[in-house]
Design a binder for this molecule. Structure first.
Ligand SMILES: Cc1ncc(COP(=O)(O)O)c(C=O)c1O
Length: 525
């Protein structure tokens, strides 16, 4: 084979791509059948799929047909089908035909957009599409490239976890530039915040091990600290409605400041993973401003809802945040991976993450080094963990152009309608109760406790209900635990096991939600 253009596909590239596209289409159709060929959650046992692959790579070319046959026979039965319309677990991982085609195009173009110069269109499309998206969700203008200040801007990263790590490193750097390298770093979030915040604190060297989420900390929260760095992560107990108790946050930050720890990074969650609780971003901003801390807003799932003006209350207070992220790959029809991280002042992240060896230098200065440079001339390698980056903006661009903002609104509204419908059905059944208020399209519910029943027994019945519902194989729900005493006063609040009905799959329709309900009802004693 002289070059990869003489590819081993056994026909033209277009024929081969059509065969793959046909298989994808057939897969989606299979998932939508009334009796799909596989359970939503894979029933594979550990090693079962592995044992079907030979130990060594083939020495000689095999046919594409053979490989695709293995996808059908070996891979598909070993998957949990995140695109099944009966998938209601975790948060969804959206996909859509436009996003899949854009990802194919991205692979075909195969560009490396680490610097503006390595592919100007890769960077400039990202700049444009992120401004489109900021306007589409009603983010304050200061997060846009185009707001005229030259400070705001955004980047596509893989995940919200990377957004947390990069913004924490920027915040740490800002504090250490001000106070010196031995400044002790304080990080604050709710116990309901995503575990990626604790991981970010570990990777950034603030703490050396994960906090004991269930352990008693100050005010009923959780604490992790590091004797060597002197840093702390404080997870603040929730108050009413499971949003962060900002009085407890205020006390924790003041106490730390008095002890010589610099409050550095506050995370407000807009739409918690367990129950879609929303922290008071404005109150967090007041505290962050008081202590000179960075405020990061994690709206990984819920941010997408803001394409609809009626949900933009979720953004209240965000105009005072330093950064904001959400994942179109969760709920905006965009194939994984796609997290959009918005920054009010992009200089901090560039200052913290820029490393420029000689081989990456190119003639024109970046806007960070030379404010007179054109604002679109951005080296995104300075905004993220890896050096290399593919052209992920293509899939957002395809999705936004092919659905239009109105199409995206209709998509979100339908899921929220289904969430409302499901919550009403659950609330009307006196064997069940909503354990937290419905948030957008997420419903947390559990069996209603019987008079005098102890928590362990109610939780056991909830666990059994989840197992029995999922056992049918046509739907899949996951669980969470929520504190039962959500007034911030309990030292180690008892945890209630809840089933989470997370509606947001790309192919989910009303009949799938009704099917889930009929299985839940059938599994109730
Ligand atoms: C609120 C929240 N933040 C962050 C994350 C982490 O997302 P990612 O997988 O993009 O890191 C999740 C995942 O579900 C989440 O719910």
């Amino acid at each position: 084979m002289a070059s990869s253009r003489e590819h081993p596909l056994g026909g033209s590239f277009v024929q081969a791509a059509s065969a793959v596209a046909r298989d994808i289409e057939a897969y989606w159709q299979d998932l939508e059948r009334d009796s799909p060929p596989w359970p939503v959650m894979s029933s594979a046992t550990p090693g079962q799929v592995l044992s079907k692959f030979p130990g060594d790579a083939p020495m000689h070319p095999e046919s594409l047909e053979r490989v695709l046959a293995d996808v059908r026979e070996v891979i598909l039965p070993g998957l949990t089908h995140w695109q099944a319309p009966g998938f209601f677990g975790y948060f969804p991982a959206n996909t859509s035909p436009p996003a899949v085609l854009a990802d194919l195009l991205c692979a075909g173009l195969g560009v490396q957009g680490m610097s503006w110069a390595t592919s100007p269109a890769c960077t400039e499309l990202e700049v444009r599409v992120l401004d489109w998206l900021a306007r589409a969700i009603g983010l304050p203008a200061r997060f846009e490239f185009g707001d005229g200040s030259g400070l705001g801007g955004a980047v596509i990263q893989g995940t919200a976890s990377e957004a947390a790590i990069t913004t924490l490193v920027a915040a740490r750097s800002r504090v250490r530039n001000r106070l010196g390298p031995s400044a002790r770093i304080g990080v604050y979030a709710s116990t309901q915040a995503h575990s990626s915040i604790a991981k970010a604190a570990m990777i950034a060297g603030v703490i050396d091990r994960a906090p004991d989420f269930a352990g008693p900390g100050d005010d009923g929260g959780a604490l992790a600290d590091d004797q060597r760095s002197g840093g702390v992560l404080r997870l603040i107990a929730p108050g009413k409605g499971l949003s962060m108790d900002t009085s407890a946050l205020s006390r924790a930050m003041s106490r730390d400041a008095a002890m010589g720890i610099t409050p550095t990074f506050v995370v407000a969650t807009v739409g918690t993973t367990a129950s879609m609780a929303v922290d008071d971003v404005g109150a967090c901003a007041t505290l962050a401003e008081r202590h000179g801390a960075w405020l990061h807003v994690d709206a990984a799932f819920a941010g997408a809802a803001c394409v609809c003006p009626e949900f933009r209350d979720l953004l209240r207070g965000c105009e005072r945040a330093d950064s904001f992220c959400f994942n179109p790959h969760k709920w905006l029809l965009t194939t994984f991976d796609c997290d959009c991280l918005y920054l009010a002042d992009r200089r901090a992240i560039i200052d913290a993450l820029s490393v420029t060896p000689e081989y990456l230098r190119n003639p024109a200065a970046t806007p960070a080094a030379n404010p007179a440079a054109h604002p679109a001339r951005i080296d995104y390698r300075d905004w993220q963990l890896p050096l290399g980056r593919r052209m992920r903006a293509l899939k957002l661009w395809f999705v936004m152009r092919l659905y239009g903002v109105e199409g995206l609104r209709a998509y979100i509204r339908e899921h929220v309608r289904l969430g409302e419908m499901f919550a009403a059905i659950v609330a009307a059944d006196d064997r069940l109760e909503l354990v937290a208020p419905r948030g957008l399209s997420l419903v947390c519910f559990a069996p209603r406790p019987k008079p005098g029943e102890i928590l362990a027994s109610v939780n056991e019945r909830a666990r059994a209900l989840l197992l029995a519902t999922n056992a049918d194989g046509r739907v899949y729900l996951t669980h969470a635990t929520l504190p039962t005493e959500a007034d911030g006063s309990a030292r180690a609040a008892a945890q209630r096991f809840v089933l989470r009905m997370a509606i947001g799959g790309s192919f989910t329709q009303e009949r799938h939600v009704r099917l889930a309900w009929s299985l839940i009802r059938g599994a109730l004693p």
